[in-house]
Design a binder for this molecule. Sequence first.
Ligand code: ADP
Length: 377
Amino acid sequence: MNANVLYVDDDAANLTVFTAACGSELPCLTARSGAEALALMRHHEVGVLLADQRMPGMTGVDLAEQVRAEFPDTVRMLVTAYSELSVAIDAINRGHFRRYLRKPWDQRELRAALREGLELYEMRTHAKEMERRLVATERVYALGVIAAGIGHELRNPVGWTRSNLHLLRDGLRELRARVADGVADPRVLADRLAEMEDEIADAIDGIGRIADIAASIELSMRASEEGEPVDLAEVVQLTLRGVQGELRKRSQLELDTRPVPMVRGSRTRLGQVVLNLVVNALEALPDRPRAENLVRVRLVQPPGAVRLEVEDNGPGIPPEVAARIFDPFFTTKEKMGTGLGLAISRRIVEELGGRIEAERSREGGARFSVTLPALKG
Ligand code: ADP
């Protein structure tokens, strides 16, 4: 065990007795006041805090409250005189302390209590560490899934670009040989060159597709660099065109994109936000006749801002997950979710000085709203 026990008491004699009681078995530190204890804790790992209740300035309970907020894993114990027992019990009931020790303490009881406290602390920190590692493993796994998805997307354009370049190389070799042999018929030559131009155009298309994929996965963006005046209504319309097919199959669409002021941002990234929200709305809708499903997309204009609302009449966001939906890798979709859509959307929106929120829609489904500062003039 590396963590220390810290005893806080304004009475120097008590501190000396305590240090002697710890002996060489228990690593202990002492402090004369709450403030001194907090300062010590910022530089030493303290597993158990033992605080005297009656101290000038900060009482034991006051100190425990601060320690609880700043060092939640530290096990807190209170030392009280018999006359203050009710204070101790009240403080334990309010969760400030794990237990109390009565003054004067029995050495064996004190050591046993401190050892037990240190063990509990080790267990807590160990459990936290395991949890942290588990989350990290899950993330690495999720990243693997994403990387595999990107690889899959890239395979086609990389494949066709390469085969076009091979064709071009072979064609050029053949032409060079003909020209060298002096047997090049100008008409045949012109036809071959035209074919090669097509092959070059296809290769350029392939590289364009690869560049698009790279651009769409590149997360970081500095608003000042990429910021341009954007018409959200246009972004919404363009994005909806991309999901039209799926939308028509699954749901009714109510669209209200009245003219709104421009906002500063990137068309591509804002399109990504709109797409994430609309796809999430579609995915939330239950399997039922199309006429019963509704996705509503509208633009409104609060003072100084532009707000995009995407709502659905699906089941809504369960309250127990509402606080986590914007966390990276949080998903409730068993197979197809990456849990990145909302996290990325929030990042894009916040980088533009806006905010994204989720609430219940009128019909009990989910409503996501993105509010961005309007450009003046
Ligand atoms: P993914 O769609 O891959 O799960 P997101 O970050 O886009 O990742 O969404 C995270 C979670 O938020 C979803 O798994 C879902 O639980 C919840 N959510 C998002 N949009 C809606 C919606 N329109 N209705 C209900 N829940 C939603």
